[in-house]
Design a protein around this ligand. Structure first.
Ligand code: PRX
Length: 562
């Protein structure tokens, strides 16, 4: 098939010859960029933050934060000092290496300080996305066994503290202390900074991030300090980062992108990051790009489309500082690419990866011809393939399971408390099976073809259908429910629910609103179905589980509910 191709970018770029670097590349070569390769003392936060202070770059900018009310800038030295204080807070609570601390905060400087202070103390952070409600919070807090929770006064009421006996301390930001909790500000004010970093084994975990699968509760994806090798190199090759850049990754730190590329990887390169708090508004985003003179911008197709809806604002802002734009999380459609080319004068480079992979895996690269519609090629050091249902490689131009040969540096090392789930990903050892369908062409470019398993991707956010179904059937009007992702021109997919109602109930506009709110307030806003349809029965396979293939046919209009 003839595809549109955009030629490689001219001029300076970090990765100049993909084929040459790819030949015999081993990630071990990346270890030399880290102080631990000389000192033997490792901690990912040391490499992201404190190293810059130790090496005389402490006065460089690290974080430009703004939201409707606050506007704060921090240097590496200032952030390192705050992180040391937060470590002091943790020491006063007798928090030890390997223990879990959950962060349930809106985007704010406190988020990043808490993360850094915890990880440099050898702790494991469990980020909780700001939109989570009681059930979603309970599942994650209970499974992770977090002993400390850092949250905000407006979010605290959603946390079912009475059901979480292992949670010993709740630290709340904001000036006012709340009964039974500690005040973040007060604890920080009285804490003695702890200068020593807790050195760890490179295989020790620092992060558990919950990711939804098709069935059951979300899995705690465990990441270890060694992942930094992958973060550093991908930020160099794919994001093309240089010390003179200002980098803005728009993802929330409740998700992997907002952590790895939101701050860890750029900081390892000494590059300042922009963090914009508050809700999305196209105008704020245009202003943010212009005001901070963002040069490298990492965002997602739904966001680009929302910006396009208000493109009349473009003329008011000088975006000439932009030199590299990347996308992640959902299919990068051609209309988005064309819009960026036309209005911003730059192509968008797609990047494919997952919470489980911990780093970019298959990417469009400035040095390669950009085949429109492809997600790009596997990065140096990474081998990808496509497998059939029996785990056999199928060769080019055949759709199957997208798989990665195990052993890349930021690969997840476990599913918390669930060895069996971890092994399932590697059922075709040595391949990690992603859950995505894909094919590759004769030139080795990969093409994403949707999920295999019914996991929904709405506005780039991963929603497990089973979690939504479980919530819906708790409602007294719903006897049974099945949800699927329905293609949507703005959000990629929306959550559509097929419901079997109790006798005598009717799917009125009021009931739909009530069900939507029920999921929104019980689970999470982004997981709430935008569309409902009443059906006589939910399709099931012989073993009684929901027939996701059939559901897919329904949402695509290929077949109809009986
Ligand atoms: O289906 C793929 C989709 O997002 C899933 C991973 O979601 P999550 O773990 O939340 O991580 C999001 C970003 C790292 C994948 O299984 N996905 C990711 N990147 C792309 C994508 N779909 C299409 N194109 C992409 N570039």
């Amino acid at each position: 098939m003839q595809r549109r191709v955009i030629p490689p970018r001219e001029g300076e770029k970090n990765l100049v010859d993909y084929e040459e670097v790819r030949k015999n590349f081993s990630f071990r070569e990346g270890e030399k960029f880290f102080t631990w390769s000389r000192t033997g003392k490792a901690n990912i936060i040391y490499e992201a933050l404190e190293k810059h202070v130790a090496e005389g770059r402490g006065d460089s900018s690290a974080l430009y934060y703004s939201d409707g009310q606050r506007r704060e800038n921090y240097t590496f030295a200032q952030l390192a000092e705050l992180a040391r204080k937060f470590t002091g807070v943790l020491h006063s609570l007798d928090f030890r290496k390997g223990e879990r601390l959950a962060i349930f905060l809106p985007r704010s400087p406190e988020w990043y300080v808490t993360f850094a202070g915890t990880v440099r103390a050898g702790g494991i952070v469990v980020p909780l996305f700001e939109a989570f409600m009681e059930e979603a919070l309970y599942d994650r807090l209970a499974d992770s066994g977090a002993r400390i929770l850092v949250t905000a006064p407006e979010l605290l009421p959603r946390v079912p503290l009475e059901r979480l006996p292992q949670l010993e301390h709740v630290i709340v930001t904001g000036e006012e202390g709340l009964p039974g909790t500690l005040s973040w500000q007060e604890e920080m004010a009285k804490a003695a900074p702890v200068a020593e970093v807790t050195w760890v084994d490179l295989e020790d975990p620092y992060l558990i991030l919950y990711a939804s699968g098709a069935e059951g509760v979300p899995r705690g994806i465990v990441h270890v300090h060694y992942g930094m090798v992958g973060h550093y190199l991908t930020a160099y090759w794919v994001h093309d980062l240089r010390p003179s850049d200002v980098y803005w990754c728009t993802a929330d730190p409740g998700w992997i992108t907002g952590i790895v590329y939101g701050f860890l990887a750029p900081w390892m390169h000494g590059v300042p990051v922009v963090i914009r708090g508050g809700r999305f508004r196209a105008e704020d985003w245009y202003r943010t790009l212009a005001e901070y003179r963002v040069s490298v911008w990492y965002s997602a197709p739904t966001a680009f489309r929302m910006m396009r809806q208000e493109e009349h604002l473009l003329a008011q802002y000088d975006l000439s500082s932009l030199r590299h734009i990347l996308s992640v999380g959902e299919p990068l459609t051609q209309d988005v690419l064309d819009w960026c080319l036309e209005k911003l004068g730059l192509p968008v480079y797609d990047t494919w990866w997952m919470t489980e992979t911990g780093m970019n895996i298959i990417c469009q690269l400035p040095a390669l011809p950009l085949k429109v519609g492809s997600i790009g090629k596997p990065l140096p050091g990474i081998e990808c393939t496509v497998l059939d249902d029996e785990g056999r490689e199928v060769g080019p131009n055949r759709i199957g399971h997208l798989a990665i040969k195990k052993g890349w540096p930021a690969m997840f090392r476990a599913v918390w408390n669930n060895e069996e789930k971890y092994r399932e990903y590697f059922r075709f050892d040595p391949w990690f099976v992603s859950g995505d369908a894909a094919y590759y062409d004769e030139d080795g470019y990969f093409y994403f073809q949707g999920r295999v398993d019914g996991v929904i991707n709405t506005s780039g956010e991963r929603v497990g259908p089973a979690e939504v179904e479980k919530k819906l059937v708790e409602h007294p009007a719903v006897k049974d429910a099945a949800v699927a992702g329905k293609p949507d021109p703005l959000r990629g997919e929306i959550v559509k629910a097929y419901v079997v109602l109790e006798t005598g109930r009717e799917l009125t506009a009021e009931l739909m609103e009530e069900l939507r709110n029920f999921v929104k307030t019980g689970l999470a806003a982004h997981a709430a179905p935008r569309e409902f349809e009443a059906v006589g029965a939910v399709p099931r396979t012989a073993d009684g589980s929901i027939d996701r293939k059939k559901l897919r046919e329904w949402v695509l209009g290929l077949s109809k509910p009986d």
